[in-house]
Design a protein around this ligand. Structure first.
Ligand code: FAD
Length: 408
């Protein structure tokens, strides 16, 4: 176990801190995304500055960047610096059509979380159909301007607008026949908002393994969502996507156990109220919940927070340096208001002998680690809708089966 110094909240030093203390645990450079500042302070500014008016009309615009109408809140939502109920309430009073569209997208995020909380790593394979692909194929030809633009944003900013994520995913797996799980890993390594929950669902939905219908990507979408882009493309006169891709054929598969019914809702959803069997002396913060308003952190303003960079996991994942920069900057921001301890190693070992309070996180990694750490106090996850036992086989089936709403 290695105890690390707490980084100062200063962009010039964060990169050096990451390079020094997290060497070997990431790929690429320890630099910031030019688009996002990490931390609760920046998250609150982003949410406060988001104007939902015009969202419905512009959310899917891709290029030029000033036409994009998406909120760009996702890295903050990913690490719970903004909870889904907070985002939901923040747009109240806006134009009805825009509010409804935005809230619908938040529900997609909630659906992805429910699906992953229930099925865990079973979401690695097709939920309802299969699409086999050649692992060695690189499905992103950079001579195409549309692919190069989206891929460049992924690699440089760690963020891509939803429409362009669909282009990349469809081109990779549906047209080029590359393995969608390899493409999903490439996204996961670069995205500041990368989560197995939303990323796997996004890929499965686009390539068609979630519902049996794939999303086809062709020049038509580029002309509509990025008008003028094709004019500067090297292959504009021999465009490889002037026609729709062939239907890949998606053989049905046996759905994972639990897709239609949850036999253990409490395991999926976590506690509904604080569960306690001792007095905590610290708060265990996880990457799922790094905000000042993390329920366990907020309940104990006098206790130190502990964050562990999970070295074996990070060494295996090799996330892009920008993601670790973003997380470190988030911790540095938090350390301006709270006592913080940072470690590198295995969370189970580092926290083995400490009485910690923590917030439930709806991911298999949290369940595994907390079974060994045994927190003395667990706070409920701030669901937008608390999971029920009904079907998660599709977004619409899930919405129909939802029990009464909470928090929204
Ligand atoms: C192939 C693919 C991979 C994706 N990978 C991820 C991922 O790893 N992490 C991630 O958070 N989202 C992922 N998405 C969903 C979506 O693209 C991003 O959430 C969105 O682009 C983030 O930008 P934004 O905050 O401006 O979103 P907005 O359009 O402004 O939406 C507001 C919020 O709603 C949620 N949201 C919006 N669309 C979706 C969606 N389709 N699914 C789930 N949540 C949604 C996000 O939390 C987002 O921040 C993926 C989509 C696709 C097609």
């Amino acid at each position: 176990m290695t105890s690390l110094p707490v980084p100062a909240f200063d962009r010039r030093n964060i990169g050096e801190w990451v390079a020094t203390h997290l060497e070997g645990l990431y790929s690429g450079l320890a630099v910031s995304s030019p688009m996002f500042i990490g931390g609760q302070t920046a998250a609150d500014v982003a949410l406060g500055g988001f104007d939902v008016a015009g969202y419905a009309a512009n959310r899917n615009e891709v290029w030029p960047a000033d036409r994009q109408g998406a909120s760009r809140l996702s890295p903050y939502i990913r690490h719970s610096l903004i909870s889904l109920p907070e985002a939901w309430h923040a747009v109240g009073g806006g134009p009805a059509r825009d509010v409804s569209k935005f809230r619908d997208e938040l529900l997609w995020q909630e659906y992805a979380r429910h699906l992953y909380a229930r099925l865990g790593n079973a979401t690695k394979r097709g939920l309802r159909a299969t699409l086999e692909g050649g692992e060695q194929v690189d499905g992103w030809p950079r001579e195409m301007k549309c692919i190069d633009l989206a891929l460049g944003e992924l690699e440089e900013n760690g963020w891509v607008v939803n429409q362009a994520r669909m282009w990349l995913a469809s081109h990779w797996a549906v047209r080029e026949g590359a393995d969608w799980r390899v493409g999903e890993d490439r996204f996961f390594a670069h995205l500041l908002d990368g989560s197995r929950a939303a990323n796997r669902l996004g890929w499965q939905w686009t390539v068609g393994t979630a519902n049996g219908r794939s999303y086809g990507f062709s020049r038509r979408q580029v002309e509509r969502r990025a008008p003028g882009l094709c004019e500067s493309c090297h292959v504009r006169d021999s465009c490889p996507i002037s026609e729709w891709p062939d239907d890949p054929g998606l053989p049905r598969t046996i759905p994972p156990i639990g897709l239609k019914n949850d036999g253990d809702v409490v395991a999926t959803a976590g506690p509904e109220w604080v569960s306690s069997n001792g007095t905590p002396e610290a708060i265990w913060l996880t990457a799922e919940s790094l905000g000042d308003r993390d329920p366990a952190l907020a309940a104990h303003p006098e206790l130190p927070a502990v964050f562990v960079f999970d070295a074996p996991l990070l060494r295996r994942l090799q996330l892009d340096g920008k993601r670790l920069f973003f997380m470190t900057e988030t911790l540095a921001d938090l350390a301006q208001r709270r006592t913080l301890e940072i470690y590198k190693g295995r969370p189970e070992e580092i926290l083995a002998r400490r009485a910690v309070a923590t917030t439930f996180a709806p991911v298999p990694g949290w369940r595994r680690r907390s079974a060994s750490i045994r927190p003395v106090e667990v706070h409920p996850w701030p669901w937008l809708r608390r999971p029920g036992a009904g079907s998660v086989a599709s977004f619409s089936a899930w919405r129909k089966a939802l029990p009464g709403s909470t928090g929204a």
